[in-house]
Design a protein around this ligand. Structure first.
Ligand code: GLU
Length: 436
């Protein structure tokens, strides 16, 4: 491999959405290529005409672009059939393959297929992650490599394309390890060099079952997380840590940091767990790092219409993903709606003995705030803090917060005052007093 440019590829079949495991495969192949100044190829494996769909191809391309995993080379297997065909011909001519006359039931009317002439030998794979794997290929029999001369099946197409595209490292999901012996046999038959293999460990759900579309439905698709308002950088960061860790405490990595730090040799053999709470935590870290402008732009489609700019910092602070924004307006941010009817008993702090005290504190607050010219949360706090310290924070601030929100849970009363503004704040405080 000396003096050879590293070329990796991500080779999804367009038969469904991009799976979170697929995101990791693409990422690792991308990182490996980039850290070696190499080439990352995207190859759409659409030889299965029945199951492949154009819309899935578009979805895969868009998803990878959204993640920022840019490919340097693009190929579509269906456009390479002539190349596959020339290899099938060569193999037929050289006796490495033969036309087998048989009734193939599941293929309808088909009465012949092209089979590989298995040399029945032991194949040793030196997988970068799995280590040495030795397989006796005798059990595989003379397997099918094409349905007809211009209908190659996966094994043939993948080997020919990897060879023709100069792929040096095949980094892919563990489930393909069992396909590797067949592919090596084909490589040897066509005189192709063998790429280096790295089979990535499974992505597991929290219960350690394999994360699968059948069992976990939509929640295994990238789209699900995109629609929930996770950031692409955070998803990549999170996915990088499934089955790999840098061996340090660092957990937040930008894509360029991952390119520097990622180490294929340190990928673990055992399955890695997909933990949504971890994803939330990582995503929140990315939100924290954003400027207000970046946050506002990124969260735009998740925001209710015409919201006050004053609310944005509060929203940014509260959410770990954008889908949490709208529900905030039903809960903690509901104070921006007209004040709900509430029981005035609730104004009393639980350690306060007498509602009369509560009333007098609220009156003092009104008096102090009436003369305030600056109504920023800092200034409201500065005005009221001495009173709160003197009379007890709960005794003073609980009734104020309750009077402003009508709710057990809300942001602190200084923030609410700033957002509601002076007039509305005083109105709500007076309303409380009048009813005690
Ligand atoms: N097309 C195969 C798939 O979608 C991947 C082939 C490979 O990486 O060798 O699972």
């Amino acid at each position: 491999m000396i003096n050879t440019k590293v070329i990796t590829r991500f080779a999804p079949s367009p038969t469904g959405f991009l799976h979170i495991g697929g995101v990791r495969t693409a990422l690792f192949a991308y990182l490996y290529a980039k850290q070696h100044d190499g080439i990352f190829a995207l190859r759409i494996e659409d030889t299965d005409k029945v199951r492949s769909k154009e819309e899935w191809t578009d979805g895969l391309i868009n998803d990878l672009a959204w993640l920022g995993l840019k490919h340097d080379v693009f190929a579509k297997q269906s456009e390479r059939v002539d190349i596959h065909k020339s290899y099938i011909k060569k193999m037929l001519d050289s006796g490495h393959a033969y036309i087998s006359k048989e009734k193939v039931v599941e293929e309808g009317q088909r009465d012949e297929v092209i089979r590989f002439k298995n040399p029945n030998k032991k194949v040793t794979i030196n997988d970068l992650i799995r280590g040495e794997v030795i397989v006796d290929t005798t059990d595989l029999g003379d397997f099918v490599i094409a349905r007809s001369i211009d209908e190659p099946v996966y094994h043939l197409a993948v080997v020919v394309d990897d060879f023709e595209m100069g792929v040096t490292h095949v980094i892919r999901a563990e489930e393909h390890l069992s396909n590797t012996p067949r592919q090596i046999l084909i490589q040897e038959a066509i005189g192709a060099s063998r790429p280096i293999y790295a089979h990535l460990p499974l992505v597991l759900a929290e219960d350690r079952s394999k994360l699968s579309k059948r069992k976990h439905g939509e929640t295994v698709s990238l789209t699900y997380y995109k629609d929930k308002g996770y950031l692409p950088e955070a998803i990549l960061n999170f996915v990088a840590l499934i089955g790999w860790n840098p061996g340090t405490d660092q957990e937040i990595f930008s894509l360029s940091e991952l390119i520097k730090t990622f180490d294929l040799a340190k990928v673990q053999k055992g399955g890695g767990i997909f933990n949504v709470e971890k994803l939330d935590w990582v995503n929140k870290k990315y939100i924290e790092k954003m400027s207000m402008d970046e946050f506002t732009a990124a969260a735009k489609s998740f925001m209710p219409e015409n919201i006050s700019a004053k609310l944005l910092p509060l929203i940014k602070e509260k959410v770990s993903k954008f889908s949490e924004i709208k529900p905030l307006f039903e809960t903690e941010l509901s104070f921006i709606n007209p004040l709900p009817a509430y029981s005035f008993e609730n104004l009393k702090w639980r350690q306060e003995k007498d509602l009369v005290n509560t009333k007098s504190y609220l009156q003092t607050i009104i008096d102090k705030l009436s003369t305030a010219s600056d109504f920023s949360k800092e200034s409201v706090k500065a005005i009221l803090w001495p009173l709160a310290e003197e009379k007890g924070k709960g005794n003073v601030l609980w009734p104020m917060r309750y009077a402003l929100s009508g709710k057990d849970k809300s942001p602190d009363p200084f923030i609410i005052s700033e957002i509601l503004g002076k007039e509305e704040t005083l109105k709500r405080l007076k309303h409380a007093i009048q009813n005690i």
